[in-house]
Design a protein. Sequence first.
Length: 576
Amino acid sequence: MSRVTVLLMVLLAVACGSPASGPRSASSGDAASAGGDRAPGQPSRLAVAIAQETGGLATKLDTIATSYAAEYHFMTNSPLTLLDAHDAVLPRLAQGLVSQDDGTWRIDPDGTMRTTWTIRSGALWHDGSPVTAADFAFALRVYQDPEISVVTREPEQLIDHIDILDDRAFVVAWSRPYAQADRLGPGQLEPLPEHLLAESYERDRAVFQSSPFWTGPAYVGNGPYQLTQWEQGVQLIFRAFDRYYLGKPSIDEITFHVISDPNTVVANLLSGSIDATVGITLPPSAGAIVRETWDRTGDGRVLTFPTSTRFARFQLDPARSGQPALLDKRVRQAVVHALDRDTIAGGVSMGMLPAALNLLIPENQYYERVRQLAPPLSYDRSRALALLGDAGWTRSPNGAVVGPDGQPLSFEIRTPRAGDNEPQMNLVASDLRAIGIDVTETLIPAPRLKDLEYMSLFPGLYATAGVYDDPTAMENFTADQCPRADARFVGKNVGCWINTEYDRLVQVATTSLDDRERTNAFLHAHRLLMDDVAIVTLTYVTENIASRAGLAGPGPRSPAQKGNTWDVHTWRWTRA
């Protein structure tokens, strides 16, 4: 669809004033308008568009794989540390960072470690109870419990126990070295309110995890906002927590409007019904329309920055593959050679970004080193057909790639129905069909993203995105992350690529305290992944963050940490 066509659709939606186009306009002088224009004493409100809702509010227990979960988690929760937009580690719930220099990070001769953390003074749960060291000890029990489904057991499975020193101080006793023990960020040992949950947990694990506590206003977190209303599939309303330890947020109420259609998001931004977007809610084509319009009218700005790499996973579990040919490395190489990744990248990003040649974004300090270690496969249809021929597949007179039995080479590509995933899938499928491969395209609707079994059992290719510039993220391709039925299909290695040397390198990269050894392991783990063609990298995800004039926030984030709401407590309305 051309930009002109999309703009016409937007203008039509705005002109018609359809109730289906989004929330009521908040720019006509009511309390939801920009805080700089409100009368003294009126609450300030903010309307934010987000493409999907989350599976739950507890960071570690939200096992639903969406690209937007972190936006909600930062609203209600606080990690010990986090990254700012420039990748600097900042204490958040922690009073300060642990360090070997001051003795709060101790490494013993046998490789075990102890890190001593102090909770920030004044940190409270939303019910007014203090956040205590016991809440961290309780959380560790939950996260290590095999009966509880968690996003990942890293780094908790590396922790032997927690020693409570007093209400605000505790020691994490590590069973082995962990290079990032000084930066326990989002989704890593985040506390749980023991005084509210311990009894339920001890009584019945299944009831504990399925409790409505996690998915509604009953949730008690320790972040800057409290959830007050959750209308499934429509909106979530958050109220500022007036006893937040960093000070009550300036914006009293933030409503996340769940709007999956980019054209509808654009219509609501231009009409004034929505004030901002977060995550990948606004894809490049839609972001360009808003930017061009607001540049003329002065009604706001759109910030654009790359945040993660788009790639497709091959299903490499023989029991799950719908096309055994994909288990042959030569066939996977042929798939990559068949793709004109420069054209795909240009089409998805409107010419703003290059093709992704490995998992790292070009700004990463190791991008070129990985590229040299694992030279990317070029676009070469002749080479693709030659590799298929070596693997026993030939091109029939009608152009179809067939096996010795005359059956066509066919497989399915799946991708979530979000952002620019669909046009990317269309372009990939078109290139594969051009050499005679029969491809079925499937858009995964948002509700199916919550079905972990469905997400794990894709039969061919699954196009997704992620950030892999951190050694811990590389664990998403290790053997123990392959989703299994006996683990309720929890695990991020959904293609089930298994490589023991890769697993060893990732262990070194995440545990060695020697910078050079850790870096080399990190680089060579990337090389193994690319050499074995476990994935095919495509392009980059950009976040196009719209922000109405007069609103300070949201803004950029670290690519290594999802969530534009990481600093939501600082957002405020100002006079334009």
